[in-house]
Design a protein around this ligand. Structure first.
Ligand SMILES: Cc1cc2nc3c(=O)[nH]c(=O)nc-3n(C[C@H](O)[C@H](O)[C@H](O)COP(=O)(O)OP(=O)(O)OC[C@H]3O[C@@H](n4cnc5c(N)ncnc54)[C@H](O)[C@@H]3O)c2cc1C
Ligand SMILES: *[C@@H]1O[C@H](CO)[C@@H](O)[C@H](O)[C@H]1NC(C)=O
Ligand SMILES: *[C@@H]1O[C@H](CO)[C@@H](O)[C@H](O)[C@H]1NC(C)=O
Ligand SMILES: *[C@@H]1O[C@H](CO)[C@@H](O)[C@H](O)[C@H]1NC(C)=O
Ligand SMILES: *[C@@H]1O[C@H](CO)[C@@H](O)[C@H](O)[C@H]1NC(C)=O
Ligand SMILES: *[C@@H]1O[C@H](CO)[C@@H](O)[C@H](O)[C@H]1NC(C)=O
Length: 457
Protein backbone atom coordinates (compact mmCIF):
# COMPACT_ATOMS: atom_id res chain seq x y z
CA UNK A 1 0.00 0.00 0.00
CA UNK A 2 2.61 2.51 1.10
CA UNK A 3 4.85 1.37 -1.75
CA UNK A 4 2.10 1.85 -4.32
CA UNK A 5 1.44 5.28 -2.97
CA UNK A 6 5.11 6.00 -3.21
CA UNK A 7 5.40 4.82 -6.82
CA UNK A 8 2.50 7.06 -7.73
CA UNK A 9 4.13 9.98 -6.00
CA UNK A 10 7.44 9.44 -7.79
CA UNK A 11 5.70 9.10 -11.13
CA UNK A 12 3.74 12.24 -10.50
CA UNK A 13 6.75 14.29 -9.56
CA UNK A 14 8.63 12.98 -12.59
CA UNK A 15 5.84 13.98 -14.90
CA UNK A 16 5.62 17.53 -13.54
CA UNK A 17 9.37 17.90 -13.55
CA UNK A 18 10.04 16.55 -17.02
CA UNK A 19 7.19 18.59 -18.46
CA UNK A 20 8.39 21.79 -16.89
CA UNK A 21 12.11 21.25 -16.71
CA UNK A 22 12.77 24.25 -18.99
CA UNK A 23 11.52 26.43 -16.19
CA UNK A 24 14.24 25.30 -13.80
CA UNK A 25 17.72 26.58 -13.11
CA UNK A 26 20.23 25.35 -10.59
CA UNK A 27 21.35 28.88 -9.98
CA UNK A 28 19.90 30.64 -6.97
CA UNK A 29 20.36 34.41 -6.93
CA UNK A 30 21.31 35.90 -3.56
CA UNK A 31 18.07 36.33 -1.68
CA UNK A 32 17.11 39.88 -0.88
CA UNK A 33 14.38 38.63 1.40
CA UNK A 34 14.42 35.23 3.14
CA UNK A 35 11.71 33.71 5.31
CA UNK A 36 12.01 30.85 7.78
CA UNK A 37 9.09 28.85 9.17
CA UNK A 38 9.65 27.77 12.79
CA UNK A 39 12.04 28.79 15.59
CA UNK A 40 12.98 25.35 16.90
CA UNK A 41 16.50 23.90 16.78
CA UNK A 42 16.48 23.88 12.94
CA UNK A 43 14.96 27.31 12.34
CA UNK A 44 17.30 28.88 14.89
CA UNK A 45 20.32 27.27 13.22
CA UNK A 46 19.17 28.58 9.85
CA UNK A 47 18.68 32.06 11.33
CA UNK A 48 22.18 32.02 12.79
CA UNK A 49 23.79 31.20 9.45
CA UNK A 50 21.58 33.60 7.48
CA UNK A 51 22.58 36.34 9.89
CA UNK A 52 26.25 35.40 9.30
CA UNK A 53 25.60 35.80 5.58
CA UNK A 54 24.11 39.24 6.12
CA UNK A 55 20.77 38.26 4.64
CA UNK A 56 17.53 40.10 5.27
CA UNK A 57 15.35 37.45 6.85
CA UNK A 58 12.48 36.86 9.27
CA UNK A 59 11.57 33.75 11.23
CA UNK A 60 7.83 33.15 11.53
CA UNK A 61 7.09 31.24 14.70
CA UNK A 62 3.58 30.14 15.65
CA UNK A 63 4.06 30.27 19.41
CA UNK A 64 5.44 32.90 21.77
CA UNK A 65 8.59 30.85 22.29
CA UNK A 66 11.77 29.57 20.69
CA UNK A 67 12.92 26.00 21.17
CA UNK A 68 10.09 24.06 19.50
CA UNK A 69 9.71 20.56 20.87
CA UNK A 70 12.20 21.19 23.72
CA UNK A 71 9.82 23.48 25.61
CA UNK A 72 7.60 21.74 28.13
CA UNK A 73 4.00 22.92 27.82
CA UNK A 74 1.55 21.77 30.48
CA UNK A 75 -1.40 22.19 28.11
CA UNK A 76 -2.88 19.18 26.38
CA UNK A 77 -4.46 19.36 22.92
CA UNK A 78 -4.23 23.09 22.32
CA UNK A 79 -1.96 25.71 23.87
CA UNK A 80 -2.75 28.99 25.61
CA UNK A 81 -3.41 30.62 22.22
CA UNK A 82 -5.66 27.81 20.99
CA UNK A 83 -3.00 26.44 18.63
CA UNK A 84 -2.32 22.73 18.31
CA UNK A 85 0.66 21.83 20.49
CA UNK A 86 3.87 21.73 18.48
CA UNK A 87 5.89 20.34 21.38
CA UNK A 88 6.00 16.73 22.61
CA UNK A 89 8.16 17.37 25.65
CA UNK A 90 7.48 15.61 28.99
CA UNK A 91 8.72 15.76 32.56
CA UNK A 92 12.00 14.05 33.52
CA UNK A 93 13.04 13.59 29.89
CA UNK A 94 16.78 13.25 29.37
CA UNK A 95 18.27 13.45 25.90
CA UNK A 96 18.90 10.04 24.36
CA UNK A 97 21.95 10.97 22.28
CA UNK A 98 25.11 12.51 23.72
CA UNK A 99 24.91 16.29 23.68
CA UNK A 100 28.10 16.42 21.55
CA UNK A 101 25.98 15.32 18.58
CA UNK A 102 23.37 17.96 19.32
CA UNK A 103 25.43 21.07 20.02
CA UNK A 104 25.51 23.94 17.59
CA UNK A 105 28.89 24.37 15.89
CA UNK A 106 31.11 26.61 18.02
CA UNK A 107 28.62 26.75 20.88
CA UNK A 108 29.39 23.82 23.21
CA UNK A 109 27.96 23.12 26.63
CA UNK A 110 30.43 23.82 29.45
CA UNK A 111 32.92 20.98 29.36
CA UNK A 112 31.97 19.28 32.63
CA UNK A 113 28.27 19.04 31.75
CA UNK A 114 27.01 15.47 31.76
CA UNK A 115 26.60 13.94 28.31
CA UNK A 116 22.84 13.37 28.66
CA UNK A 117 21.32 16.44 30.32
CA UNK A 118 17.58 16.87 30.71
CA UNK A 119 15.23 18.15 28.04
CA UNK A 120 14.64 21.16 30.25
CA UNK A 121 18.38 21.85 30.18
CA UNK A 122 18.52 21.52 26.41
CA UNK A 123 15.67 24.03 26.18
CA UNK A 124 17.70 26.46 28.29
CA UNK A 125 20.63 25.88 25.95
CA UNK A 126 18.46 26.82 22.96
CA UNK A 127 17.28 30.01 24.65
CA UNK A 128 20.85 30.95 25.50
CA UNK A 129 21.90 30.29 21.89
CA UNK A 130 19.13 32.59 20.63
CA UNK A 131 20.28 35.31 22.98
CA UNK A 132 24.01 34.92 22.39
CA UNK A 133 23.61 35.03 18.61
CA UNK A 134 21.16 37.91 18.95
CA UNK A 135 18.43 36.18 16.97
CA UNK A 136 15.36 37.39 18.87
CA UNK A 137 15.06 40.59 16.76
CA UNK A 138 14.67 38.39 13.67
CA UNK A 139 11.84 36.27 15.03
CA UNK A 140 8.24 37.24 14.55
CA UNK A 141 6.32 35.32 17.23
CA UNK A 142 2.68 34.28 17.26
CA UNK A 143 2.67 34.04 13.48
CA UNK A 144 1.23 30.76 12.23
CA UNK A 145 2.15 30.14 8.60
CA UNK A 146 -0.95 28.86 6.81
CA UNK A 147 0.10 28.96 3.17
CA UNK A 148 3.20 29.00 1.01
CA UNK A 149 2.55 29.62 -2.66
CA UNK A 150 4.76 30.03 -5.71
CA UNK A 151 3.79 33.37 -7.20
CA UNK A 152 5.67 34.07 -10.41
CA UNK A 153 9.26 33.91 -9.32
CA UNK A 154 8.81 34.45 -5.63
CA UNK A 155 7.02 33.02 -2.65
CA UNK A 156 3.84 34.25 -1.06
CA UNK A 157 4.05 33.28 2.58
CA UNK A 158 0.74 33.82 4.36
CA UNK A 159 0.45 33.71 8.12
CA UNK A 160 -2.23 34.29 10.72
CA UNK A 161 -1.36 36.59 13.61
CA UNK A 162 -2.41 34.49 16.54
CA UNK A 163 -3.45 37.43 18.73
CA UNK A 164 -5.54 39.42 16.24
CA UNK A 165 -6.53 36.47 14.00
CA UNK A 166 -5.68 38.59 10.98
CA UNK A 167 -3.99 37.18 7.87
CA UNK A 168 -0.93 38.68 6.25
CA UNK A 169 1.05 37.83 3.13
CA UNK A 170 4.76 38.39 2.93
CA UNK A 171 6.71 38.06 -0.32
CA UNK A 172 9.96 36.20 0.07
CA UNK A 173 12.46 35.17 -2.55
CA UNK A 174 13.85 32.34 -0.41
CA UNK A 175 11.89 30.16 2.03
CA UNK A 176 13.17 27.66 4.58
CA UNK A 177 10.64 25.27 6.08
CA UNK A 178 11.70 24.19 9.57
CA UNK A 179 8.42 23.26 11.24
CA UNK A 180 9.63 20.06 12.91
CA UNK A 181 8.65 16.44 12.41
CA UNK A 182 7.37 15.27 15.79
CA UNK A 183 4.08 17.05 16.36
CA UNK A 184 1.54 15.11 14.30
CA UNK A 185 0.85 11.87 16.18
CA UNK A 186 0.21 8.58 14.38
CA UNK A 187 -2.84 6.89 15.92
CA UNK A 188 -3.27 3.19 15.30
CA UNK A 189 -6.73 1.77 14.72
CA UNK A 190 -7.37 -1.59 16.37
CA UNK A 191 -10.63 -3.51 16.51
CA UNK A 192 -12.69 -2.48 19.50
CA UNK A 193 -10.60 0.63 20.12
CA UNK A 194 -13.67 2.86 20.44
CA UNK A 195 -15.22 0.46 22.97
CA UNK A 196 -12.37 0.90 25.43
CA UNK A 197 -13.71 2.90 28.42
CA UNK A 198 -10.40 4.07 29.91
CA UNK A 199 -8.22 6.98 28.91
CA UNK A 200 -6.27 6.67 25.65
CA UNK A 201 -3.58 9.12 24.68
CA UNK A 202 -0.67 9.38 22.26
CA UNK A 203 2.78 9.99 23.73
CA UNK A 204 2.57 13.47 22.12
CA UNK A 205 0.17 14.31 24.99
CA UNK A 206 2.07 12.49 27.74
CA UNK A 207 3.37 14.93 30.39
CA UNK A 208 4.06 13.46 33.78
CA UNK A 209 4.48 10.00 35.37
CA UNK A 210 2.40 11.18 38.36
CA UNK A 211 -0.70 11.03 36.14
CA UNK A 212 -0.23 7.25 36.12
CA UNK A 213 0.64 6.51 39.74
CA UNK A 214 -0.89 3.22 40.90
CA UNK A 215 -2.73 2.72 37.63
CA UNK A 216 -2.71 -0.21 35.24
CA UNK A 217 -1.24 1.13 32.03
CA UNK A 218 -0.81 -0.28 28.53
CA UNK A 219 2.17 1.13 26.66
CA UNK A 220 2.20 0.50 22.90
CA UNK A 221 5.43 0.60 20.90
CA UNK A 222 9.17 0.47 21.55
CA UNK A 223 10.57 3.38 19.61
CA UNK A 224 12.50 6.05 21.51
CA UNK A 225 9.33 7.25 23.29
CA UNK A 226 8.03 3.77 24.10
CA UNK A 227 11.30 2.64 25.67
CA UNK A 228 11.76 5.89 27.55
CA UNK A 229 8.25 5.81 28.99
CA UNK A 230 8.71 2.18 30.03
CA UNK A 231 11.54 3.42 32.23
CA UNK A 232 9.58 6.40 33.55
CA UNK A 233 6.42 4.45 34.33
CA UNK A 234 7.47 0.96 35.42
CA UNK A 235 8.04 1.90 39.06
CA UNK A 236 5.08 4.29 39.31
CA UNK A 237 2.23 2.26 37.84
CA UNK A 238 0.62 -0.67 39.62
CA UNK A 239 1.05 -2.62 36.41
CA UNK A 240 2.80 -1.73 33.16
CA UNK A 241 1.80 -3.81 30.16
CA UNK A 242 4.14 -3.15 27.24
CA UNK A 243 3.09 -4.31 23.79
CA UNK A 244 5.81 -4.25 21.13
CA UNK A 245 7.90 -6.43 18.84
CA UNK A 246 11.34 -4.87 19.19
CA UNK A 247 14.18 -7.34 19.62
CA UNK A 248 16.60 -5.85 22.10
CA UNK A 249 18.26 -6.56 25.40
CA UNK A 250 15.28 -5.95 27.62
CA UNK A 251 16.32 -4.91 31.11
CA UNK A 252 14.54 -5.74 34.33
CA UNK A 253 12.07 -2.86 34.63
CA UNK A 254 10.07 -3.80 37.70
CA UNK A 255 8.08 -6.60 39.30
CA UNK A 256 4.87 -5.35 37.72
CA UNK A 257 6.20 -4.93 34.16
CA UNK A 258 4.66 -7.32 31.62
CA UNK A 259 5.96 -7.65 28.07
CA UNK A 260 3.29 -8.54 25.47
CA UNK A 261 3.25 -9.12 21.71
CA UNK A 262 1.30 -6.92 19.28
CA UNK A 263 -2.34 -6.06 19.92
CA UNK A 264 -5.20 -8.03 18.41
CA UNK A 265 -8.10 -5.96 19.75
CA UNK A 266 -9.45 -3.82 22.56
CA UNK A 267 -12.40 -4.60 24.83
CA UNK A 268 -14.23 -2.17 27.11
CA UNK A 269 -11.79 -2.79 29.98
CA UNK A 270 -8.66 -4.19 28.44
CA UNK A 271 -6.78 -5.57 25.51
CA UNK A 272 -6.30 -8.90 23.73
CA UNK A 273 -2.90 -9.64 22.22
CA UNK A 274 -1.83 -11.67 19.19
CA UNK A 275 -1.18 -14.67 21.44
CA UNK A 276 -4.82 -14.33 22.65
CA UNK A 277 -3.77 -13.41 26.15
CA UNK A 278 -5.82 -10.68 27.84
CA UNK A 279 -4.89 -7.86 30.22
CA UNK A 280 -7.21 -5.53 32.06
CA UNK A 281 -5.89 -1.93 31.99
CA UNK A 282 -7.05 1.56 33.04
CA UNK A 283 -5.10 3.70 30.61
CA UNK A 284 -3.43 3.38 27.23
CA UNK A 285 -0.46 5.34 25.88
CA UNK A 286 0.27 4.91 22.18
CA UNK A 287 3.96 5.47 21.48
CA UNK A 288 3.35 4.96 17.81
CA UNK A 289 5.38 7.76 16.32
CA UNK A 290 4.77 10.84 14.27
CA UNK A 291 3.87 11.84 10.73
CA UNK A 292 5.40 14.67 8.77
CA UNK A 293 2.93 17.51 8.45
CA UNK A 294 3.11 20.38 5.97
CA UNK A 295 -0.47 21.62 5.73
CA UNK A 296 0.68 25.02 4.42
CA UNK A 297 2.37 23.83 1.22
CA UNK A 298 0.34 24.85 -1.80
CA UNK A 299 0.40 22.62 -4.92
CA UNK A 300 2.38 25.30 -6.71
CA UNK A 301 5.36 24.56 -4.45
CA UNK A 302 5.96 21.37 -6.44
CA UNK A 303 6.59 19.10 -3.46
CA UNK A 304 4.88 15.79 -2.75
CA UNK A 305 4.46 15.79 1.01
CA UNK A 306 2.68 13.02 2.90
CA UNK A 307 2.90 11.87 6.49
CA UNK A 308 5.61 9.39 5.49
CA UNK A 309 7.79 11.28 3.01
CA UNK A 310 8.61 14.62 1.44
CA UNK A 311 9.94 14.52 -2.12
CA UNK A 312 11.87 15.16 -4.26
CA UNK A 313 14.53 16.93 -2.22
CA UNK A 314 18.11 17.43 -3.38
CA UNK A 315 20.59 16.96 -0.49
CA UNK A 316 17.57 16.21 1.73
CA UNK A 317 16.87 19.93 1.73
CA UNK A 318 16.31 21.60 -1.63
CA UNK A 319 12.99 21.58 -3.45
CA UNK A 320 14.17 20.41 -6.88
CA UNK A 321 11.17 21.91 -8.63
CA UNK A 322 11.80 25.43 -7.23
CA UNK A 323 15.23 25.47 -5.56
CA UNK A 324 14.54 28.70 -3.65
CA UNK A 325 12.51 26.70 -1.16
CA UNK A 326 14.34 24.41 1.23
CA UNK A 327 13.60 22.17 4.19
CA UNK A 328 15.74 21.93 7.29
CA UNK A 329 14.90 19.06 9.61
CA UNK A 330 12.84 16.62 7.53
CA UNK A 331 15.50 13.94 7.93
CA UNK A 332 14.55 10.92 9.97
CA UNK A 333 16.85 9.16 12.43
CA UNK A 334 17.63 12.54 13.89
CA UNK A 335 21.24 13.49 14.27
CA UNK A 336 21.06 17.15 15.23
CA UNK A 337 24.41 17.88 13.59
CA UNK A 338 22.73 16.90 10.33
CA UNK A 339 20.04 19.53 10.86
CA UNK A 340 22.72 22.03 11.80
CA UNK A 341 24.74 21.32 8.66
CA UNK A 342 21.57 21.55 6.55
CA UNK A 343 20.98 25.00 8.02
CA UNK A 344 24.46 26.18 7.04
CA UNK A 345 24.09 24.65 3.58
CA UNK A 346 20.73 26.32 2.99
CA UNK A 347 21.97 29.73 4.20
CA UNK A 348 24.99 29.42 1.86
CA UNK A 349 22.62 28.69 -1.00
CA UNK A 350 20.33 31.60 -0.13
CA UNK A 351 23.38 33.87 -0.07
CA UNK A 352 24.37 32.69 -3.54
CA UNK A 353 27.70 31.25 -2.34
CA UNK A 354 27.50 28.18 -4.53
CA UNK A 355 25.62 26.95 -7.53
CA UNK A 356 23.33 23.95 -7.58
CA UNK A 357 23.58 21.40 -10.39
CA UNK A 358 20.98 21.80 -13.16
CA UNK A 359 17.52 20.62 -12.20
CA UNK A 360 17.73 17.42 -14.24
CA UNK A 361 21.01 16.45 -12.55
CA UNK A 362 19.54 17.10 -9.10
CA UNK A 363 16.64 14.84 -9.97
CA UNK A 364 19.00 12.14 -11.24
CA UNK A 365 21.14 12.36 -8.09
CA UNK A 366 18.04 12.16 -5.95
CA UNK A 367 16.72 9.15 -7.82
CA UNK A 368 20.09 7.38 -7.63
CA UNK A 369 20.11 8.01 -3.89
CA UNK A 370 16.66 6.49 -3.53
CA UNK A 371 17.53 3.43 -5.58
CA UNK A 372 20.79 2.95 -3.67
CA UNK A 373 18.90 3.00 -0.40
CA UNK A 374 16.44 0.48 -1.79
CA UNK A 375 19.32 -1.75 -2.89
CA UNK A 376 20.69 -1.56 0.65
CA UNK A 377 17.42 -3.01 1.89
CA UNK A 378 15.67 0.13 3.04
CA UNK A 379 12.04 0.70 2.31
CA UNK A 380 11.19 3.09 -0.49
CA UNK A 381 9.18 5.25 1.89
CA UNK A 382 12.36 5.90 3.86
CA UNK A 383 13.52 8.40 1.27
CA UNK A 384 14.13 11.07 3.94
CA UNK A 385 16.31 8.91 6.17
CA UNK A 386 19.86 10.02 6.86
CA UNK A 387 21.31 7.28 9.00
CA UNK A 388 24.63 5.48 8.75
CA UNK A 389 25.38 7.52 5.63
CA UNK A 390 25.44 10.76 7.67
CA UNK A 391 29.19 11.19 7.33
CA UNK A 392 29.15 10.84 3.52
CA UNK A 393 26.38 13.38 3.57
CA UNK A 394 28.50 15.82 5.59
CA UNK A 395 31.44 15.34 3.22
CA UNK A 396 29.26 15.80 0.18
CA UNK A 397 27.64 19.01 1.46
CA UNK A 398 31.04 20.43 2.36
CA UNK A 399 32.49 19.60 -1.06
CA UNK A 400 29.53 21.18 -2.79
CA UNK A 401 28.84 24.26 -0.69
CA UNK A 402 32.07 24.91 1.17
CA UNK A 403 30.36 24.69 4.54
CA UNK A 404 32.28 23.50 7.61
CA UNK A 405 33.00 19.77 7.62
CA UNK A 406 31.21 18.08 10.54
CA UNK A 407 33.70 15.45 11.71
CA UNK A 408 33.12 11.69 11.27
CA UNK A 409 33.38 11.25 15.02
CA UNK A 410 29.87 12.72 15.39
CA UNK A 411 28.25 10.01 13.26
CA UNK A 412 30.40 7.41 15.04
CA UNK A 413 29.10 8.55 18.42
CA UNK A 414 25.53 8.57 17.16
CA UNK A 415 25.83 5.06 15.73
CA UNK A 416 27.48 3.67 18.82
CA UNK A 417 24.87 5.29 21.05
CA UNK A 418 21.98 4.00 18.96
CA UNK A 419 23.26 0.43 19.40
CA UNK A 420 24.37 0.69 22.98
CA UNK A 421 21.06 2.25 24.11
CA UNK A 422 19.38 -1.04 23.18
CA UNK A 423 22.07 -3.03 24.97
CA UNK A 424 21.83 -1.26 28.30
CA UNK A 425 18.71 0.89 28.31
CA UNK A 426 18.69 1.58 32.05
CA UNK A 427 22.32 2.70 32.32
CA UNK A 428 23.52 3.97 28.93
CA UNK A 429 23.20 7.56 30.15
CA UNK A 430 25.68 6.95 32.98
CA UNK A 431 28.57 7.46 30.56
CA UNK A 432 30.35 10.63 29.55
CA UNK A 433 31.77 11.26 26.10
CA UNK A 434 34.58 13.48 24.98
CA UNK A 435 35.80 14.14 21.46
CA UNK A 436 39.55 13.56 21.09
CA UNK A 437 39.91 14.42 17.41
CA UNK A 438 37.88 14.18 14.19
CA UNK A 439 37.97 10.38 14.30
CA UNK A 440 38.21 9.46 17.98
CA UNK A 441 36.28 9.88 21.13
CA UNK A 442 36.64 8.83 24.75
CA UNK A 443 33.82 7.32 26.74
CA UNK A 444 33.88 6.51 30.44
CA UNK A 445 31.53 5.51 33.21
CA UNK A 446 30.54 8.55 35.23
CA UNK A 447 27.14 8.26 36.90
CA UNK A 448 25.95 11.58 38.33
CA UNK A 449 23.59 12.41 41.13
CA UNK A 450 20.64 14.46 40.01
CA UNK A 451 20.82 16.17 36.66
CA UNK A 452 22.51 19.52 37.18
CA UNK A 453 22.21 22.01 34.33
CA UNK A 454 24.85 24.71 33.82
CA UNK A 455 22.37 27.25 32.45
CA UNK A 456 20.09 29.72 34.20
CA UNK A 457 16.47 30.12 33.13
C1 LIG B 1 10.03 13.96 22.91
C2 LIG B 1 11.20 14.16 21.99
C3 LIG B 1 12.48 13.85 22.41
C4 LIG B 1 13.56 14.04 21.58
N1 LIG B 1 14.79 13.71 22.03
C5 LIG B 1 15.87 13.88 21.23
C6 LIG B 1 17.17 13.57 21.70
O1 LIG B 1 17.35 13.15 22.84
N2 LIG B 1 18.22 13.75 20.88
C7 LIG B 1 18.04 14.23 19.61
O2 LIG B 1 19.01 14.37 18.90
N3 LIG B 1 16.83 14.53 19.14
C8 LIG B 1 15.73 14.38 19.91
N4 LIG B 1 14.49 14.70 19.44
C9 LIG B 1 14.35 15.21 18.06
C10 LIG B 1 14.10 16.73 18.00
O3 LIG B 1 12.97 16.86 17.25
C11 LIG B 1 15.27 17.44 17.41
O4 LIG B 1 16.31 17.36 18.35
C12 LIG B 1 15.10 18.92 17.09
O5 LIG B 1 14.68 19.60 18.26
C13 LIG B 1 14.18 19.24 15.96
O6 LIG B 1 14.08 20.65 15.83
P1 LIG B 1 13.19 21.34 14.73
O7 LIG B 1 13.48 22.78 14.80
O8 LIG B 1 13.42 20.67 13.43
O9 LIG B 1 11.67 21.05 15.13
P2 LIG B 1 10.80 21.57 16.37
O10 LIG B 1 11.58 21.56 17.61
O11 LIG B 1 9.55 20.76 16.34
O12 LIG B 1 10.45 23.09 16.03
C14 LIG B 1 9.53 23.45 15.04
C15 LIG B 1 9.02 24.86 15.33
O13 LIG B 1 8.16 25.27 14.26
C16 LIG B 1 7.01 25.90 14.79
N5 LIG B 1 5.92 25.73 13.81
C17 LIG B 1 5.32 24.58 13.43
N6 LIG B 1 4.40 24.82 12.49
C18 LIG B 1 4.44 26.15 12.24
C19 LIG B 1 3.72 27.01 11.34
N7 LIG B 1 2.79 26.54 10.53
N8 LIG B 1 3.99 28.33 11.36
C20 LIG B 1 4.95 28.84 12.20
N9 LIG B 1 5.65 28.07 13.06
C21 LIG B 1 5.41 26.73 13.07
C22 LIG B 1 6.77 25.20 16.11
O14 LIG B 1 6.02 26.01 16.99
C23 LIG B 1 8.20 24.97 16.60
O15 LIG B 1 8.65 26.04 17.37
C24 LIG B 1 13.37 14.53 20.26
C25 LIG B 1 12.09 14.83 19.83
C26 LIG B 1 11.01 14.67 20.68
C27 LIG B 1 9.64 14.99 20.17
C1 LIG C 1 14.13 43.64 4.58
O1 LIG C 1 13.01 43.26 3.80
C2 LIG C 1 11.82 43.90 4.17
C3 LIG C 1 10.67 43.30 3.37
O2 LIG C 1 10.95 43.33 2.02
C4 LIG C 1 11.95 45.38 3.97
O3 LIG C 1 10.77 46.05 4.37
C5 LIG C 1 13.13 45.91 4.78
O4 LIG C 1 13.33 47.26 4.52
C6 LIG C 1 14.38 45.11 4.47
N1 LIG C 1 15.42 45.50 5.41
C7 LIG C 1 16.63 45.82 5.03
C8 LIG C 1 17.59 46.17 6.12
O5 LIG C 1 16.97 45.82 3.86
C1 LIG D 1 0.92 37.11 -3.82
O1 LIG D 1 0.76 38.15 -2.90
C2 LIG D 1 0.55 39.40 -3.49
C3 LIG D 1 0.56 40.44 -2.38
O2 LIG D 1 -0.32 40.09 -1.36
C4 LIG D 1 -0.74 39.37 -4.29
O3 LIG D 1 -0.95 40.62 -4.92
C5 LIG D 1 -0.67 38.28 -5.34
O4 LIG D 1 -1.90 38.16 -6.01
C6 LIG D 1 -0.34 36.95 -4.69
N1 LIG D 1 -0.12 35.95 -5.72
C7 LIG D 1 -0.66 34.72 -5.64
C8 LIG D 1 -0.36 33.79 -6.77
O5 LIG D 1 -1.34 34.37 -4.70
C1 LIG E 1 -7.22 33.57 7.60
O1 LIG E 1 -6.69 32.36 7.08
C2 LIG E 1 -7.28 31.21 7.66
C3 LIG E 1 -6.48 30.00 7.20
O2 LIG E 1 -6.32 29.98 5.82
C4 LIG E 1 -8.75 31.15 7.29
O3 LIG E 1 -9.35 30.00 7.84
C5 LIG E 1 -9.43 32.41 7.84
O4 LIG E 1 -10.76 32.44 7.43
C6 LIG E 1 -8.72 33.66 7.38
N1 LIG E 1 -9.24 34.80 8.13
C7 LIG E 1 -9.59 35.95 7.56
C8 LIG E 1 -10.05 37.02 8.50
O5 LIG E 1 -9.52 36.12 6.36
C1 LIG F 1 12.48 -0.06 39.73
O1 LIG F 1 12.83 -0.36 41.06
C2 LIG F 1 13.57 -1.56 41.20
C3 LIG F 1 13.73 -1.85 42.67
O2 LIG F 1 14.23 -0.69 43.34
C4 LIG F 1 14.91 -1.43 40.49
O3 LIG F 1 15.64 -2.62 40.57
C5 LIG F 1 14.63 -1.10 39.03
O4 LIG F 1 15.85 -0.87 38.34
C6 LIG F 1 13.74 0.12 38.90
N1 LIG F 1 13.37 0.27 37.49
C7 LIG F 1 13.71 1.32 36.77
C8 LIG F 1 13.28 1.35 35.34
O5 LIG F 1 14.36 2.27 37.21
C1 LIG G 1 27.60 14.28 -3.90
O1 LIG G 1 27.00 13.02 -4.12
C2 LIG G 1 26.39 12.88 -5.38
C3 LIG G 1 25.64 11.57 -5.41
O2 LIG G 1 26.43 10.53 -4.94
C4 LIG G 1 27.44 12.95 -6.48
O3 LIG G 1 26.84 12.85 -7.75
C5 LIG G 1 28.13 14.30 -6.35
O4 LIG G 1 29.18 14.38 -7.28
C6 LIG G 1 28.68 14.52 -4.95
N1 LIG G 1 29.13 15.88 -4.88
C7 LIG G 1 30.32 16.19 -4.44
C8 LIG G 1 30.66 17.65 -4.51
O5 LIG G 1 31.10 15.38 -4.00
Amino acid sequence: MANNLWSCAVLLCFLTLTLEVKDGFGMVKPASRACIVGAGYSGLATARYMKDQGLNFTVFEATKYVGGTWRFDPHVGTDEDGLPLFTSQYKNLRINTPRLTMEYTGFPFPEDTQSYPTGECFYKYLKLFTKEFDLYPYIQFRSLVTSIKWADGQWNVTYTKVDTKTNHTEQCDFVTVANGEFSSPVWPNFDGQQDFKGKMIHSHDYKDPEDYRNRRVLLVGAGPSGLDLAMHLSNVTSKLVHSHHLKYNQPYFSETYVKKPDIRMFTSNGVVFQDNSFEEVDDVIFCTGYDFTHPFLDKSVGITATGKFVLPLYQHTINIRHPTLAFVGVSKKILNSVLEAQAEYVAALAAGNFELPPQESMLKIWLTHVLTQKARGMRLVDVNVVDNDADDYFANMTAEAGIRRRPPVLSDIRQFNARYRLEDLLNYRDFDYQIVDDHNYKRWYNPRKGNPCPFED
